[in-house]
Design a protein around this ligand. Structure first.
Ligand code: ASP
Length: 340
């Protein structure tokens, strides 16, 4: 008796551009620019058993030039693909902005199917180009049942990262994406993906992505920061501001005074500038400490790094959220045990 094979998995791939799509017509291979389509990229990847892949090219731009409207388009395309039967979707883009775009998509991704974001550090014609391997690992992840209910995942160098945690930690080299506080969620090996634990993520935001333009500056504090720069930003007008503070969320006494004033007009979020770890809430008590800043009206970002905090604040303000909603969402998404 012939055995019935299960239906093949279906994965939809969309490209926005980035180094993975970049080529050069110069003999020295320099001066690369985005040029390849999603179909071109897939032609460099060997077929993956039992996975049917379809492709579409949404944009052909470097990561630095991606706009909110591109991400709105991605979200629409990804939801349509899943609603039409795809088991998972892959978005290919420039690595320069993956840590921001992936988190923004994650905040709104309201399907069980995985949305995987990938790219490459080496251009398509470079020796050792990492694009084909990253794309292949991403398709494997998107097709995997174990990747469901994990929101948006970032897959490069055979590692699977949570969009809320991943950072580009080095400017060049093939293996630079890390989740510094908790490590990757899983690994791609031998054509499959293994996760270290069960899915856990806060519920997505309801409503649509903000269409902007929102002004949410990210300012990093520095030795000798007396708050003058924050005052300039406040005077210029903005919707809210994120400060990348020292250590567990500390600022100078002078800057703390300005925060107190600015926080009466717009939300001020304080994250850590250290690159990993959380802000505290109640350990230190000096002027400019985390507990003092909370008392002065600032919101502490918890485990969200400054860039993720800026994305979250922008999305909340774009949806017209009030002060208490902003504080609640930062508590929910930045807290211990918030999942990824
Ligand atoms: N500058 C490139 C980009 O973001 C870097 C990359 O894709 O790796 O488009």
């Amino acid at each position: 008796m012939s055995q019935q094979l299960p239906d093949p998995r279906r994965v939809a791939v969309a490209s926005l551009g980035g180094t993975i799509t970049m080529t050069s017509d110069r003999s020295d291979g320099r001066g690369v620019v985005p040029s390849l389509s999603a179909a071109d990229l897939l032609s460099s990847v060997p077929g993956i058993a039992h996975v049917e892949v379809e492709s579409t090219t949404l944009a052909t731009v470097p990561g630095a030039s991606l706009e909110l409207t591109d991400l709105l388009g991605v979200l629409r395309w990804a939801r349509d693909a899943v609603d039409a039967g795809a088991d998972g979707v892959v978005v290919v883009q420039g690595t320069d902005t993956i840590e921001e775009s992936a988190y923004l998509l994650d905040l709104y991704w309201d399907r069980s199917a995985p949305l995987v974001v990938t790219g490459a550090m080496r251009a398509a014609q470079a020796p050792g180009a990492d694009g084909p391997a990253n794309l292949s690992a991403s398709v494997v992840t998107a097709a995997s049942a174990g990747a469901r209910d994990r929101g948006v995942l970032v897959v490069l160098a055979d590692q699977v990262h949570a969009a809320a945690r991943v950072r580009k930690t080095r400017s060049s080299g093939p293996d630079v994406f890390r989740s510094p506080s908790f490590g990757p969620l899983g690994y791609v090996d031998e054509g499959g993906v293994t996760f270290g634990g069960p899915p856990s993520r806060p519920a997505p935001l309801t409503g649509d992505l903000p269409t902007g333009p929102l002004l949410v500056p990210l300012l990093e504090t520095f030795l000798g920061d007396d708050g003058r720069l924050l005052r300039v930003v406040d005077d210029a007008g903005c919707d809210g501001v994120v400060l990348a503070g020292f250590g567990v969320g500390h600022l100078s006494r002078g800057l703390a005074d300005v925060v107190e004033e600015v926080a009466t007009r717009r939300p001020v979020v304080v994250a850590t500038r250290t690159g990993a770890g959380t802000t505290y809430t109640s350990t230190y008590g000096f002027p400019g400490s985390e507990s003092d800043l909370i008392g002065r009206g600032a919101v502490l970002a918890g485990w969200l790094d400054p860039r993720k905090a800026r994305i979250l604040l922008g999305c909340l303000l774009g949806a017209g959220s009030d002060r208490s909603t902003v504080a609640d969402e930062f508590r929910r998404r930045g807290a211990r045990g918030a999942g990824a």
